[in-house]
Design a protein. Structure first.
Length: 757
């Protein structure tokens, strides 16, 4: 099916060409997809005669000529480019070995997919296509130096030969229309010998460096004598080869196959020499009239030397007779070579005196020196020198270092020696309340022209003042205060009592520096509140009681945010309050604001006392830094109130009938009544029959007395009954009298009864 479709496409392609379609219809003849098969290099009839791939312009192959040992493989890389030099993928390249050549095709680039894959027809002819992606030929070893990179638009062919001779290869790109550009002719010379060149190397400047080359037979490994090795200095520091003392020499390999030229520098110097080494098979061996180049390599010799650097740093400004430090850093920036016999010297100028150093210096007058020995490549050593300026002025101080190979370096720094001066200021909160903190602020300044060292600031507090942590003094040290700089300090103190307090500060520093301040004064005041509360000593239950609260400020400061809180006791109800007092959560609250010294304020509150017993009413006054409280107790009592009532049940009643009198005793008061006695007096027209009640009745003539009732609770009542016999017609009067402990006079009641015949 696929072949039929392909043939149909080719037919259509040719037919279009025959009818005169524009040649651009046949450009970019690139095969994509399809099964792997041998295909034609150009389109079928019509397209074949035209520039069917107008993008393809040139073909390049590298290397064009090279020499390789026999029994090795050599890679040719071809690149197809457009007219702008851009590599083109998917372009066909054919590889042909010319008749009469030695060697054969080993393999070719088979990357691609289906029809675009390369293939070897035989050992003398192969077809490949340029790649669309990058690839690398690694030769199957771990040495990346012999890898071959195949980029986009490139393809390759690999050849070899077991015998000496030349392989002539023709690379052909059929997509390139220009016959002068679609072929490249390359040649590979195969020789049965191999040259081992010296590797690139690094050496210390000024030292000789041998460059051995060994030539052996590739097939057997035996050394080859009589081969010519040419050494030529191409670039870099000046030098010559020994033997010969020239910049280009030729040597002959000995029986061991070795030839060695030694490179010597004319003048020791860092840099890189490029050395061109070529190996020739002499004409006598080749039976020709000229020497044959069999191997060629550029070798690089890098000359390195130790290096020496020094940096000296120190302060720009210091004070007279104050210690300060210089730092000297000696380094060897070289990457591989040690600096040897390193020495450092530092001569101090007059006016700068030596104090100490690390490491210790050898001191001779103003001259200091150190022997550092060997300084490894890439390392450094640090020296710190402590000195002091003995007089004012600007001084230049230089340190030098020297080492083998004539290495020297120098670094200088300047310092100005001046005198510092201290100035100290102290302020304090001018006035505060006793519960508030006194804030102290200090400012220590260096008004001189040199740094002040070890400045100690001290504030001694007067009796009655301490810091928040309880100390009676404050001290702080400033290790260095540069010229023209200030350092603010602050702390807070608390007073034990009201009064006036004065504090002073002092500052000292190295070199006898000193400064102090005038006294910083603070007045600490205290509001002192008193609270007097008055009210009734006794009230009957459920009766209102009014209380007075008087607050007085007996201190020397106004009581700010004064507030009175009166707790409503249990068994009491709020009625009203004066001066805007309000009930809040069981408390009556007055916001009195500010109360001046010696001022007073009285407020009142009225409560209803609903529970008998002692009602304690407590009030508290608070203000900023002050509080006080007071209370008053009111005894809440009840009162007994007896109601005496009596009725006759059968009025009127005939003579001979029995009458009953019901006597009701009710305690209408708020307290119990005790020892209640009911006594009844019968009229002459009646005779006692019986009595009934909460206590026993006893008759004595016309008087009936009930035994005392021990108590009658508030709201309670009892009923007494007296039964009599009516003996005579009359308007009779039955009388009752009641007494108790709580009554000041007896209660009396009478009832009229009509007795008839």
């Amino acid at each position: 099916m696929y072949k039929a479709l392909k043939l149909a496409a080719i037919f259509v392609f040719g037919l279009i060409a025959l009818v005169g379609c524009h040649s651009e219809q046949y450009t970019k003849y690139v095969i994509h997809g399809g099964p792997l098969e041998r295909s034609h290099a150009k389109p079928s009839e019509g397209g074949y005669w035209m520039n069917f791939d107008s993008d393809a312009a040139t073909l390049e192959v590298i290397p064009v000529e090279a020499t390789n040992p026999v029994r090795t493989q050599h890679v040719f890389v071809a690149t197809v480019k457009d007219k702008d030099g851009n590599p083109l993928p998917w372009r066909r390249v054919e590889w042909l070995i010319a008749k009469g050549s030695v060697g054969e095709i080993v393999e070719v680039d088979e990357s691609g997919w289906l029809s675009t894959r390369g293939y070897k027809v035989d050992n003398d002819y192969a077809v490949t296509h340029t790649n669309s992606v990058e690839n690398t030929i690694t030769r199957g070893n771990d040495d990346p130096s012999d890898d071959v990179h195949i980029g986009k638009g490139q393809t390759y062919c690999v050849i070899t030969s077991p015998i000496e001779g030349d392989t002539h290869v023709i690379a052909y790109c059929p997509a390139i229309y220009d016959w002068s550009k679609h072929k490249v002719f390359v040649v590979k010379h195969w020789v049965d010998c191999e040259a081992k060149f010296p590797p690139d190397a690094q050496n210390i400047v000024g030292t000789p460096h041998p460059l051995p080359v060994k030539v052996t037979r590739q097939s057997t490994g035996e050394p080859l004598a009589g081969y010519l090795v040419n050494y030529k200095l191409l670039s870099g520091p000046a030098g010559t080869f020994a033997p010969g003392d020239k910049s280009e020499v030729s040597l002959t390999t000995g029986n061991d196959g070795m030839a060695t030229a030694t490179l010597n520098q004319t003048t020791p110097a860092e840099g890189v020499n490029e050395i061109d080494i070529k190996v020739y098979r002499p004409a006598a061996i080749t039976a020709s009239h000229q020497n044959e180049l069999i191997a060629h390599q550029i070798v690089h010799k890098t000359w390195v030397a130790p290096q020496l650097a020094i940096t000296k740093t120190g302060p720009e400004l210091e004070g007279v007779n104050q210690n300060f430090q210089y730092t000297i850093v000696v380094s060897n920036p070289a990457k591989v070579v040690d600096a040897t016999n390193v020495k450092v010297t530092d001569t101090l100028p007059a006016g700068i005196a030596y104090v100490a150093s690390n490491p210790a210096a050898a001191v001779s007058g103003q001259a200091l020196s150190w022997s550092l020995g060997t300084l490894p490549a890439g390392s450094s050593r640090t020296i710190t020198v402590t000195v002091k300026g003995t007089q004012q002025g600007t001084f230049t101080n230089c340190a030098e270092t020297a080492a083998d190979y004539g290495l020297r370096a120098k670094s200088c720094t300047d310092v100005t020696i001046n005198a510092p001066a201290l100035k100290l200021g102290l302020t304090a909160t001018p006035e505060c309340l006793i519960c508030e903190l006194v804030e102290y602020r200090l400012d220590v300044s260096n008004t001189g022209k040199a740094p002040a060292q070890n400045v100690q600031v001290t504030v001694n507090l007067p009796d009655g003042l301490t810091t928040e942590s309880g100390r009676s003094s404050v001290s702080e040290t400033i290790s260095r205060l540069d010229a023209g700089r200030s350092q603010p300090l602050s702390f807070k103190a608390k007073a034990a009592k009201a009064g006036q307090y004065a504090a002073k500060a002092t500052a000292t520093g190295d070199g006898g520096l000193k400064a102090d301040t005038p006294a910083a004064n603070t007045v600490v005041r205290q509001p002192i509140l008193t609270l007097a509360k008055t009210g009734p000593a006794q009230r009957y239950i459920n009766r209102p009681a009014t209380y007075q609260i008087t607050v007085t400020n007996k201190g020397d400061a106004a009581a700010r945010n004064t507030k009175v809180v009166d707790a409503v006791p249990e068994g009491a109800k709020f009625v009203n309050a004066s001066d805007g007092g309000t009930l809040s959560g069981g408390n009556v609250v007055w916001q009195l604001g500010q109360l001046a010294p010696n001022a007073s304020k009285t407020v009142t509150v009225t409560l209803t006392l609903t529970q008998m017993g002692d009602a304690t009413n407590k009030a508290t006054v608070t203000a900023d830094c002050a509080t006080e409280s007071g209370q008053v107790s009111t005894k809440v009592t009840g009162i007994a109130a007896i109601l005496l009532e009596m009725i006759d049940v059968s009025d009127p009643i005939e003579v001979g009938g029995n009458e009953t009198y019901e006597i009701t005793v009710t305690n209408q008061g708020s307290a119990e009544d005790t020892n209640i006695v009911v006594k009844c007096t019968l009229p002459a027209e009646q005779a006692y029959v019986s009595g009934d009640g909460p206590t026993r009745a006893a008759a004595n003539g016309q008087v009936v007395t009930f035994a005392p009732l021990k108590s009658l609770a508030a709201g309670a009542k009892v009923v007494y009954k007296v039964n009599v016999k009516c003996t005579k017609a009359a308007d009779a009067r039955f009388r009752v009298e009641l007494t108790s402990d709580q009554m000041t006079a007896p209660a009396q009641e009478s009832e009229s009864t009509r007795i008839y015949e």
